[in-house]
Write a protein that binds this ligand. Structure first.
Ligand code: NAD
Length: 487
């Protein structure tokens, strides 16, 4: 149509070259509901080509020194940082997140992922023991595993993809990465920087398309011995099944149903704004977002009133507006799914305090077809409700009352997930006791989302298998061998 912008068309990146695909998937701008991009609909053929490229690049890349790899990765980080604004704009448009979030969280973290692993790869040591009685010295060596398959979700697209690519290539592996079909643009933009940074062809291959087609082709490929996956627990089950015949190394970072436990001695002036953020940042589409809020009885009413008042100050609107606190959800289907949870809660007799169905959402006319909803608070809900048990992954928080420490620990642990929790109290003994007893891979006390990438990240129970971090990622992306020398 005259005057209409041509659609952005992405290409696969294999062996250092952009390669067009014959068929495509529509990718939508969540803030308008319009198609704006065509993503390759790749399959087995593209995975075969990527495996050939990654196999060919492995002997050279795996024998380069950590110092050389580190230098290249630092260069890549610099190039990405120089284009930070372009990447942030692209991420916000593709995902629906606010430009502020993309500028201050997603892209800076993607830059840091490369810098962090470029540095940490220089500092690993291996073990050695002496066995004098036998005249033996034992020591370990670590080697890259081979071709790493990396699969990432749509909520923090470049942030999570680089959190996998960086440790994998730092350790000397070559990779085939598959971003979410819903958010592929920044991964494609990254490909344009690889050659400039000095990443040899075939070291990083990015293949686009759906999980069921190209994702499964990657997971099932016999020459890809390792899969690092971040996404839903349901998809992880499928990945375990498909990779089982090949006995692959798996790292699985999955969903959560994260509790916040707020004791009556908590500093509400700090707890409330942080809990608003922990519940609704990135539209509630972060695996670490709080979705069950347990508040001790004495402060329950005060907490609810102040929490709702703070939420109503959050502006929902166009992601490109720097004054917006919450943008659009990822897709129409996801918006419907989130709304259905609220409907179910209402049918069970729960009360909606603010948001969906209670307050009005005002959007500019160009955004009327976008996938927006207001941050929503549900209360008077039973622990058995699906809204308290299942991952909603949207801007919905349930607030419930509790009386004792023992009771709240039991209720917080009574879900299948175990990813992240927050505990708010000024009693250090209590903070220590509760944190220790929570079934959760991460516990933030009197704060949220402060991370030291050196330390392990990951979930318990249905929230995952394995951990990521400086040492953990290094262990995952390398094979260890014990050698014994008799002297
Ligand atoms: P998803 O599981 O639907 O998809 C994740 C990725 O897997 C996508 O790239 C998708 O195309 C691919 N995929 C889907 N089916 C596949 C298959 N059969 N074989 C291979 N690959 C397949 O998840 P999503 O909806 O994109 O992301 C949201 C989920 O991710 C939530 O559950 C969230 O909690 C989780 N998540 C977890 C973490 C963490 O670190 N624990 C971080 C972010 C998101």
């Amino acid at each position: 149509m005259a005057g209409q912008k041509p659609l952005l068309e992405l290409e696969n990146f294999i062996a250092g070259k952009f390669i067009a695909c014959n068929s495509h998937i529509d990718s939508y701008d969540p803030s308008t509901g319009e198609v704006y991009c065509k993503v390759p609909d790749s399959g087995k053929e593209e995975i075969e080509a990527a495996v050939t490229a990654a196999r060919g690049a492995f002997p050279h890349w795996s024998s380069t020194s950590p110092q050389d790899r580190s230098q290249i990765m630092n260069k890549l980080a610099d190039l990405l940082e120089q284009s930070l604004e372009d990447f942030a704009q692209a991420e916000s448009k593709d995902q629906g997140k606010t430009i502020t979030f993309a500028r201050t969280v997603d892209i800076p973290r993607a830059v840091y992922n490369f810098r962090f692993f470029a540095s940490s790869i220089l500092h690993h040591t291996t073990d050695a023991t002496q066995m004098d009685s036998m005249g033996c010295l034992h020591y370990t060596v670590r080697s890259p595993v081979g071709i790493a398959g990396l699969i990432s979700p749509w909520n923090l697209p470049l942030y999570l993809l680089t959190w996998k690519i960086a440790p994998a290539i730092a350790a000397g592996n070559t990779v085939i990465a598959k971003p979410s079909e819903m958010t592929s643009v920044t991964a494609w933009m990254l490909c344009k920087l690889l050659d400039k940074a000095g990443v040899p062809p075939g070291v990083v291959n990015i293949v686009f398309g759906t999980g069921s087609k190209v994702g499964e082709a990657l997971v099932s490929h016999p020459e890809v011995p390792l899969i690092s996956f971040t996404g839903s627990t349901l998809t992880a089950e499928r990945i375990m099944l498909k990779s089982a015949p090949h006995c692959k190394k798996l790292s699985l970072e999955l969903g959560g149903k994260n509790p916040a436990i707020i004791f009556d001695d908590a500093h509400l002036s700090e707890c409330i704004p942080t809990t608003v953020r922990s519940s609704f940042a990135n539209q509630g589409e972060i695996c670490l977002c709080t979705s069950r809020i347990f508040v001790q009885r004495r402060i329950y009413e005060e907490f609810l009133a102040r929490f709702v008042e703070a939420i109503r100050k959050w502006k929902v609107g166009p992601p490109s507006d720097p004054t917006t606190s919450m943008g659009a959800l990822i897709s129409k289907a996801h918006l419907e799914k989130v709304r259905n949870y609220i409907k179910k809660a209402c049918a069970e007799g729960a009360r909606i305090l603010c948001g969906e169905g209670v307050d009005n959402l005002n959007l500019p006319s160009k955004n009327k077809g976008g996938y927006f909803m207001l941050p929503t608070v549900i209360t008077d809900i039973k622990d058995e409700s699906c809204c308290m048990k299942e991952e909603i992954f949207g801007p919905v928080a349930c607030v419930v009352v509790f009386d004792t420490e023992e009771e709240v620990i039991e209720r917080a642990n009574d879900v299948k997930y175990g990813l992240a929790a927050t505990v708010w109290s000024n009693n250090i003994g209590r903070v220590w006791r509760v944190s220790k007893k929570l079934q959760s891979g991460l516990v933030w006390t009197n704060c949220w989302l402060i991370r030291d990438l050196n330390l392990p990240f990951g979930g318990m129970k249905a929230s995952g298998i394995g951990r990521e971090g400086a040492k953990d990622s290094y262990d995952f992306f390398t094979e260890v061998k014990t050698i014994t020398v008799k002297y």
